[in-house]
Design a protein around this ligand. Structure first.
Ligand SMILES: [Fe+2]
Ligand SMILES: [Fe+2]
Length: 323
């Protein structure tokens, strides 16, 4: 069948809300965009474990420690679902990891900011996981089947992440003068970077139109960002804190909050690798990969041994090939 016809059938499926599955024909650019997006999402989950992992040993109570461990472990699980989803498009996990380590593949810039106080655990859960949910709820309806299904499971855990973050801040906001200040300081530092998580403005977002047509995404960066501001501007009232934006104001005509301009210079600077913790994060990932080499080797050797043992039904001396 000529490519134009395949392309037409493909687009009709998308328009009819039929999911695209790994063995279906798809345009190369669709495969490439999804591979890039899903693998970068996977990298973000895994790198995202680092700033919070920093606080596991310093959590203020046993209960907080148990919750934080569970949360960070959830993020590892999200990374694994997503690497598996990306692999269905034909790229190996090793290749994806190599691209992360070489700097060819990106991850969310938000994780290049440092976690300075315990209140940062609250601000990350509330704002960073909160911003991620906006994006991920939309992605439960993305057109590529394995990605959409992974998102359904992930979103359930993300809403727990957001609530636990908000609750950390709620306790601090009702605490001593120092605790209140710590809470406000964390909000001040995480607010703008969390708005940057939605990416460049629609007018400057290069992939946006095609991704909307292919229903990889269903809302634009600006729409998602606006929904996020509307949600947080209301929730912060419960905390009795302030968002660090003098231009934040309800606009009765638009039925949305107006807000100030993002510092785009800072945004691009962190994307390009010059944020406060870019090097530290990548170094930590590379070190973890190197230290895990013996585990991968042992697992591969065990799998090979099992496959060649007659008791397991494997073929002697040969690898077991999945049908
Ligand atoms: Fe996650
Ligand atoms: Fe999360």
């Amino acid at each position: 069948m000529p490519v134009q016809d395949l392309d037409k059938i493909f687009q009709e499926k998308i328009d009819d809300e039929i999911k695209i599955e790994p063995k279906d024909w798809m345009p190369e650019a669709y495969r490439k965009t999804n591979t890039r997006q899903i693998s970068q999402h996977a990298h973000s989950e895994i790198v995202g474990m680092l700033p919070e992992g920093n606080w596991i040993s310093r959590a203020p109570t046993l209960k907080r420690k148990a919750i934080l461990i569970a949360k960070v472990q959830d993020e590892a699980g999200h990374g694994l679902y997503l690497y598996s989803a990306a692999e269905t498009l034909g790229m190996s996990r090793e290749e994806m990891i190599n691209d992360l380590h070489s700097g060819k593949a990106k991850y969310s810039s938000i994780f290049n900011y440092p976690t300075i106080t315990w209140a940062d655990m609250g601000a990350i859960g509330w704002l960073v996981d909160g911003a991620a949910i906006m994006n991920q709820v939309m992605l439960t309806r993305t057109s590529y089947g394995p990605y959409a299904r992974a998102m359904v499971r992930i979103c359930k855990e993300e809403s727990f992440h957001q609530r636990q973050g908000f609750e950390i801040l709620l306790v601090l906001s009702r605490g001593s003068k120092e605790q209140k200040e710590m809470c406000q300081d964390a909000i001040n530092r995480w607010w703008w970077p969390s708005l940057m998580m939605f990416g460049p403005k629609d007018s400057e977002s290069t992939n946006s139109d095609q991704s909307m047509k292919w229903k990889i995404k269903r809302k634009t960066n600006d729409e998602l960002r606006r929904n996020f501001v509307d949600m947080i501007a209301e929730q912060i009232k419960t905390l009795g804190m302030k968002l660090p934006d003098d231009n934040l104001k309800w606009n009765e005509k638009r039925k949305h909050y107006d807000f100030g301009e993002i510092n785009w210079e800072e945004f691009w600077n962190v994307v390009k690798g010059n944020g406060p913790c870019n090097k530290q994060r990548l170094d930590a990932r590379k070190k973890a990969w190197e230290n895990g080499a013996w585990v991968r080797e042992a697992a591969a050797a065990y799998a090979k041994k099992k496959a060649s043992s007659p008791a397991s039904g494997g073929t002697k001396g040969g690898a077991l090939v999945a049908a």
